[in-house]
Design a protein around this ligand. Structure first.
Ligand SMILES: [Zn+2]
Length: 177
């Protein structure tokens, strides 16, 4: 299964994997997806990428596959990173509401006052607001937050946003989850 035909020749093209109930699970490469199909563990829901030829036969190249059995797993969580905090906060300062080119992360309860590095204590701040607040508590700085910071509960659209930009034909399989 090494010779590919069609628009995307690479065997490591991304394939969207759906759970048996059609919930988007993850992304794997074409090689792994073909393995699941050959073993009868998954079916192709969307092809549209031509075929893969072997010495004996041709296989349709999957773009979206669905597992024939349910995978039970904990709800996926968004990784706590600077980028994801900016994204959660819509790239706007949570104090003044400005969209800033340069954004910073502010600890709502400052670290030296026992503030933790957690979703509920980290917010996006513009440099001016971050400076103004300094190492103080909200009430000391007489500042308020526009939204209570919480851990994002990711929808599939949120989790797979980057992939959908690269694979437009996946959108109908992601929407609504
Ligand atoms: Zn600000």
């Amino acid at each position: 299964m090494d010779k590919a035909d069609g628009r995307h020749p690479a065997p490591n093209d991304a394939v969207l994997v759906l759970n048996a109930n059609y919930e988007p699970l993850n992304v794997c490469d074409t090689r792994r997806a073909m393995g699941l199909i050959v073993l009868g563990k998954a079916e192709i829901l969307l092809n549209g990428r031509g075929v893969i030829r072997t010495a004996r036969c041709e296989y349709p190249r999957p773009s979206v596959i669905r597992l024939g059995y349910m995978i039970h797993r904990p709800r996926p969580r968004v990784k706590l990173t600077k980028r994801e905090i900016f994204r959660r906060d819509g790239y706007t300062c949570q104090y003044c509401g400005q969209e800033a080119v340069h954004l910073t992360i502010d600890h709502v309860v400052p670290r030296h006052r026992g503030g933790t590095h957690t979703w509920d204590n980290l917010v996006t701040a513009c440099p001016a607001c971050n400076r103004r607040k300094g190492g103080r508590m909200l009430h000391e700085a007489q500042m308020t937050l526009r939204h209570r910071p919480v851990e994002p509960q990711p929808s599939a659209s949120y989790l797979f946003a980057r992939h959908v930009r690269e694979n437009r034909d996946w959108a109908p399989f992601i929407e609504g989850w």
